[in-house]
Design a protein around this ligand. Structure first.
Ligand code: FCB
Length: 451
């Protein structure tokens, strides 16, 4: 029998999803339009012209999905709340039917003893607020605070673990700077302002929630973090990797945990940084209970004078890559977690980690996704080593429970541990789901030799 990497006894084992990626029901129950409804219906934005109109139809199938989670032995479930279900216009009129959907979902979870982790914003901004400038408009931070307070009032008696934002870096950069995500703008100045207003909205929401009731409340923020490795030990490559770290990681970590923006980042922004208001930093850095970490890969950086800020990327030819073309690099997660402990020190949850592969459903309804199992096992071993070396890691959520709408890639990328047949909405447990069930029940995966 293989030896196991045993985790702390109260370790939280879960799976994650997001509203727009799984719910469908895009006009049901009085829901308003979100920026992703609009964007996905704009020709040319999404692979195959896919939309989230139906997605995994989770809005109608949530009870079966909770039963599936229970069969998988999940102890926790991270989901997000669609703001336009609660405030169809973003603010003003509160939509009771919207919140009732999440109350029913949470009640089901609790019946199955599955601990809910709720994310308030996983990218589906009400379109009505985009028409006011979206996150580039500072007022939206205040509307987010009001939305957070209303949701917490309605669910706070049964949900104790809250995440304000999922990956605000992605919201700001892909949404406002490069435009590959909704709302599809390509304006770096708005990107920097959006990032700042997202941070402000995080702090304001935390303060509002604590004001309503601090009892039992665990609130944090989820960041997409990726350690930057220099391609060589030349001074230029090392300096480029340091810049990449400022842009990818410290942009959000430092304001939240240190109450300041990194100097080197402000230098890079130069006069693009006009949307940054230093007076907001005390609110942005209000104490939180944990940091959520989404980790998929590392970055290898070299100095490239032709690239923006001289940050060039390198591919490691000897590595394995997933269907997203992301390098499989579990050791980067160890490096990241121990660095977070050293430089910032918060309690941590891995709120997303997982991989897309070209899964094949066999005629006897099996998906033999050995590569996904290897990916998960490698990353959980990295978590185990990081805990041993002092990281305060409290839980792990695999991305994702189900195959789903992968943003600009539509349905062409499968991240689920359960396979979804989009023709008939059948869910089929992949081998990785069975492996994960066993890992949970044994409280840890097979131990790997340290690389
Ligand atoms: C993250 C997102 C999540 C999913 C994974 C693959 O950036 O938070 O919704 O798309 O990537």
């Amino acid at each position: 029998m293989a030896q196991r990497a045993t985790f702390p006894s109260n370790f939280v084992w879960g799976a994650a999803t997001a509203s727009y990626q799984i719910e469908g029901g895009h006009t049901d129950g009085g829901k308003g339009q979100s920026i992703w409804d609009k964007f996905s219906h704009t020709p040319g934005k999404i692979a195959n012209g896919d939309t989230g109109d139906v997605a995994c139809d989770h809005y109608h199938r949530y009870a079966d999905d909770v039963a599936l989670m229970s069969r998988m032995g999940l102890r926790s479930y991270r989901f997000s709340i669609a703001w336009p279900r609660i405030f169809p216009e973003g603010k003003g009129k509160f939509n009771r039917a919207g919140i009732e959907f999440y109350q029913r979902l949470v009640d089901r979870l609790l019946e199955h003893r599955i601990l809910p982790f709720a994310t308030l914003y996983h990218w589906d901004l009400p379109q009505a607020l985009q028409e006011k400038g979206g996150w580039a408009n500072r007022d939206v931070a205040h509307y987010f605070r009001d939305y957070a307070a209303a949701v917490y009032e309605a669910l706070g008696d049964r949900v104790h673990h809250w995440i304000t934002h999922n990956e605000p870096w992605v919201t700001a950069v892909l949404g406002y700077t490069t435009g590959v995500h909704a709302p599809g703008l390509a304006d770096p100045r708005q990107g920097v302002a959006a990032a700042h207003n997202l941070l402000l909205s995080h702090g304001e929401a935390v303060l509002a929630m604590r004001d309503i009731s601090a009892k039992g409340l665990h609130v944090g923020i989820t960041l997409n973090l990726s350690p930057a490795y220099p391609a060589s030990d030349s001074d230029q490559d090392v300096a480029a990797a340091r810049k990449a770290d400022a842009y990818q990681n410290r942009w959000f970590l430092d304001p939240v945990f240190k109450g300041r923006y990194p100097e080197d980042l402000l230098e890079m922004f130069g006069d693009l940084g006009t949307g940054i208001v230093a007076d907001d930093l005390p609110v942005i850095s209000v104490p939180i209970d944990f940091l959520g970490v989404n980790y998929y890969s590392r970055q290898i950086v070299r100095h490239d004078p032709a690239a923006p800020n001289g940050i060039g990327r390198v591919r490691e030819p000897s590595s394995e890559y997933t269907a997203m073309d992301w390098e499989v690099y579990p050791d980067g997660l160890y490096t990241l977690l121990t660095r977070l402990e050293r430089d910032y020190g918060p309690e941590l949850y891995i709120t997303e980690n997982g991989a897309a592969y070209e899964d094949i459903l066999t005629p006897d309804n099996k998906v033999h996704d050995d590569r996904r199992i290897a990916y998960l096992r490698g990353h959980l071993n990295a978590c185990h080593r990081a805990i041993r070396d002092g990281a305060k890691l409290r839980g792990y959520f695999v991305w994702s429970l189900l195959d789903n709408f992968e943003w600009a890639f539509g349905y062409t990328r499968r991240f689920g541990v359960a396979y979804v047949d989009y023709q008939d909405q059948r869910r089929i447990l992949k081998d990785s789901a069975r492996w994960y069930r066993e890992t949970i029940s044994e409280n840890g995966p097979e131990l790997e030799e340290q690389a």
